[in-house]
Design a protein around this ligand. Structure first.
Ligand code: A5P
Length: 226
């Protein structure tokens, strides 16, 4: 089988396994990307009574077209579960996300969820995280922000985000994710970065050629039904 086809099968398998984790009458955060694209039909097929929020306009459009009830993320204060892809997954649960430019909303949704489930194909687990790390920058003072970040930060050739942010990537080396998080936090114009700490991550479902591996990163919080 071609490598691309194999990876697509792995994404589908991880996404379908994640769809089975969603319980009826819950609030669900929907991520963004090609792996989540397999989640949406699998979730819709279960015909659950769930309330969803989407991390991007494209996920919202796809989910709505499949009959999932998507609402703006303005009223709900907590989610029972959020499911999303990732660009890199480290053994300790650190993630790089944002290849699709939705990392600000994705992090807000992940942080609001009692359980954050990451779905990836077998090319995403890495020994340690490496650049590029996606950034979302404030347009006001953009040149000053880029100057503060140094030459390792480069604007992405992409449209701005739905929240008015400017997409960029950090291409430099970093010792640890914690060190880069601290460095980015010191620059006020950085609205978001694609480093997700293990404290946000409960489960990682990795699709492999012979099945789906379930990595448990942190225990889930207790869930209340709404
Ligand atoms: C979107 O901004 C990203 O965080 C995606 O979740 C990530 O890039 C994984 O995307 P794929 O599922 O397409 O690999």
């Amino acid at each position: 089988m071609a490598v691309i086809d194999q990876l697509e099968q792995e994404k589908r398998a991880a996404a379908e396994a994640a769809a089975l984790l969603v319980e009826d009458h819950t609030r669900v955060g929907l991520g963004t990307g090609s792996t989540v694209a397999y989640l949406l039909p699998a979730l819709a097929a279960r015909k659950l009574s769930i309330r969803c929020v989407a991390t991007s306009p494209r996920t919202e459009a796809a989910a709505t077209a499949l009959g999932l009830a998507v609402e703006p993320f303005t009223v709900l204060d907590r989610l029972d579960v959020a499911i999303d892809g990732a660009d890199q997954v480290a053994p300790d649960g650190w993630l790089v996300k944002g290849g699709g430019g939705a990392h600000l909303r994705e992090k807000i949704v992940a942080a609001a969820a009692e359980r954050f489930v990451v779905i990836v194909s077998s090319d995403k687990p890495v020994a340690e995280l490496v650049a590029p790390v996606p950034l979302e920058l404030e347009g006001f003072g953009l040149a000053a922000t880029l100057s503060a970040l140094g030459p390792a930060a480069r604007l992405r050739d992409a449209a701005g985000t739905p929240d008015g942010g400017v997409l960029a990537d950090f291409h430099g080396a970093f010792e640890t994710p914690e060190a880069l998080v601290a460095r980015l936090a010191a620059v006020p114009g950085v609205l978001a970065h694609g480093l997700f700490a293990p404290a946000l991550v409960h489960d990682v479902l990795v699709g492999w050629p012979d099945g789906v591996e379930h990595r448990r990163i942190r225990p889930r919080a207790s869930r209340t039904l709404h």
